[in-house]
Design a protein around this ligand. Structure first.
Ligand SMILES: *[C@@H]1O[C@H](CO)[C@@H](O)[C@H](O)[C@H]1NC(C)=O
Ligand SMILES: *[C@@H]1O[C@H](CO)[C@@H](O)[C@H](O)[C@H]1NC(C)=O
Length: 583
């Protein structure tokens, strides 16, 4: 009897073991996917990455209950190319989204460049797999190619069913101080336009009644000049805000120019409402936060609350939004079926400032920041995956991973297949996150500045060493980590500092890239450099020439594709105000 009981106990235990093994191996199919991407947030700004003075309890919760990556890398240190890579799983140079000129990102909503329609985003694949797909927040990957409304680069043409947010990005010019300057300039422009028109009228009348013996040719010339002067305003930087600080809902511009003081609430309302509307279906929701980009519009609830000025207030507000999203997942009972990812598009913008106030963040122990080529501070970002019950809680992974890895990871979770007709640079992260493999799929990662490769990283798995070679670095001002005295960004071309042999660092020993190695200090110097060079040559062989999206006329203001509500060029509209209860 006793024996029998033991026996059945044994089998029971085997059964339980099998079942639990089963659940730990099997990933629920078609989970919801929530991707949260911050803008310009530094790895040193987040509590779970070591910041002790900024409060980010909701992001810290994701890390505590999920997997935190400590070597998570953006494909570029500025927005447009990094985001192109994130959405396509490919280095931005493959889609023409890596600039060959000074302008490293799209500068105008009305620029004709953008993410080419033949690139396949993960949203497009998941949409075909039956997912509801939504994007709320910043896009910054183009709108139209030729005419207003062709929307060839628009999110709705890239696999999103729903879009609400900024087609471009926050700019300093979107802020009220800049808009005051803009208004004053516009008044002046109108004044001169009217005066010149009056003069033109007088000249014409004088000619007609034969008082003024001016040839018609001269009058015509003058008329053309007056017209050009009038138009010049609309294509000048004075009008940045009017053309660029716009909200769109799907294909319609719905706020032009934006009233920044309520944008956060509009974005949050749209985010929660998208999840609410789609909770019955598998959904892919990309919350592309406007925080923490200058001019840091922050709601009254958070102003003056942090210990780090306006920037810190904005970070804490961003964390609150993350919390609101987690709340609704909790409330709707969706957490077991939802993968949440949090990251930043690149490192903090160290030089961001307005009138002596610093508006940029902190990249911790890493050198450099946004716009600084291959330096670690510009590309190493927070990266957290959270999926209770499927991903282990509190796990920390030091392996090199890329934002491009999100692509194959979510495509496969959604039951889709990554395209086979092109190179995909991302690697499925699920096995690494769950602990089924010890190493990341990246032996080499290449760090571009525009279309130039500034550095390359080699993860030598046998020894566990992470080598990084810089071929070019931005030329910093003497004794500083910045290229200019004002808040402009370092260039990728021109006065770069070239390194031959490359500047070599071993990141596991020197994560701050403080002490370059030399052949005398590092016996394997030449072997490592030549292995890295070989890999860069292999990589270059996989590149094919594609149309450039960020250079020349593709990245200038162009009246035809300009989104506009109302009558062009007098575009103007406001979102209906939020009911007070929602604020
Ligand atoms: C936390 O972040 C703020 C804002 O970027 C920064 O000034 C501060 O140095 C950081 N603190 C730590 C301990 O990293
Ligand atoms: C997209 O079209 C461009 C221009 O025709 C071409 O060069 C590029 O290879 C295409 N990309 C893909 C992924 O098919």
């Amino acid at each position: 009897m006793n024996n029998l009981q033991n026996h059945s106990n044994y089998w029971l235990r085997v059964l339980v073991l099998c079942l639990s093994f089963q659940t730990s191996l099997e990933i629920p199919t078609k989970p919801n996917i929530v991707l949260i991407l911050a803008d310009d947030l530094g790895i040193g700004d987040v509590g779970c990455y070591g910041n002790t003075t900024l409060r980010t309890p909701n992001i810290d919760r994701l890390a505590r209950e999920g997997v935190r990556l400590t070597q998570h890398l953006a494909a570029a240190s500025v927005c447009t190319p990094s985001r192109a890579a994130f959405l396509t799983g490919r280095y931005p140079i493959r889609s023409g989204m890596a600039s060959e000129t000074e302008a490293q990102v799209l500068l105008w909503t009305a620029a004709s460049g953008g993410l080419p329609p033949n690139e396949t985003t993960f949203a497009k694949i998941l949409q075909r797999q039956g997912y509801a797909t939504g994007l709320v927040g910043k896009w910054h990957l183009g709108v139209s190619c030729e005419t207003r409304g062709d929307h060839c680069h628009h999110p709705l043409n890239h696999g999103f069913d729903y879009f609400y947010g900024m087609p471009l990005t926050l700019l300093l010019d979107c802020g009220t101080r800049h808009s005051q300057i803009c208004r004053a300039q516009r008044a002046e422009h109108w004044f001169y336009t009217r005066m010149l028109s009056l003069l033109l009228l007088l000249l014409t009348l004088g000619k007609l009644v034969r008082i003024l013996p001016i040839p018609w040719k001269v009058i015509t010339c003058f008329a053309v000049c007056v017209l050009l002067y009038f138009i010049s305003w609309y294509s000048s930087y004075g009008c940045l805000r009017h053309w660029n600080c716009i909200l769109m809902r799907n294909h319609q511009a719905c706020e032009q120019s934006m009233a920044l003081e309520r944008t956060t609430h509009l974005i949050l309302r749209e985010a929660l409402s998208f999840i609410e509307r789609n909770k019955q279906r598998p959904f892919l929701f990309f919350l592309s936060l406007l925080q923490v980009h200058a001019p840091l519009p922050t709601t009254d609830n958070f102003l003056g609350r942090s210990r780090h000025g306006l920037y810190g207030d904005n970070v804490e507000e961003m964390d609150w939004i993350v919390g609101k999203v987690l709340d609704i997942l909790d409330r709707e009972g969706l957490t077991k079926d939802t993968l949440v990812y949090f990251a930043s598009d690149h490192g903090a913008f160290l030089e961001a400032s307005l009138e002596d106030t610093l508006l940029g963040g902190w990249n911790g122990i890493y050198k450099g920041g946004k716009g600084m080529g291959g330096w670690e501070g510009g590309i190493r970002v927070p990266g957290i995956f959270w999926w209770p019950g499927v991903l282990p809680a509190g796990r920390v992974i030091d392996e090199p991973t890329s934002l491009m890895d999100v692509y194959p990871t979510v495509v496969q979770l959604g039951g889709g297949q990554v395209p086979r007709d092109r190179v995909i640079d991302g690697r499925d992260l699920m096995p690494l996150l769950r602990g089924h493999v010890p190493h990341s799929g990246h032996e080499f990662l290449f760090h571009y500045c525009g279309s130039r490769m500034h550095a390359a990283r080699w993860y030598q798995r046998e020894s566990g060493q992470i080598w990084k070679a810089h071929f070019e670095t931005p030329t910093f001002l003497e004794g500083s980590v910045s290229c200019y005295v004002d808040s402009a960004m370092c260039p990728c071309y021109g006065s770069m500092t070239r390194h031959d042999p490359p500047l070599l660092f071993e990141l596991s020993a020197d994560p701050s890239e403080a002490k370059p190695l030399s052949p005398s200090s590092e016996p394997s110097f030449h072997a490592v450099v030549s292995r890295i060079k070989e890999a860069t040559q292999e990589h270059r062989k996989t590149l094919t020439p594609v149309p450039q999206q960020l250079s020349g006329s593709s990245n200038t203001w162009n009246p035809w594709p300009q989104p506009c509500c109302g009558t062009f060029p007098f575009c103007s509209c406001q979102e209906s105000p939020l009911p007070h209860a929602e604020l």
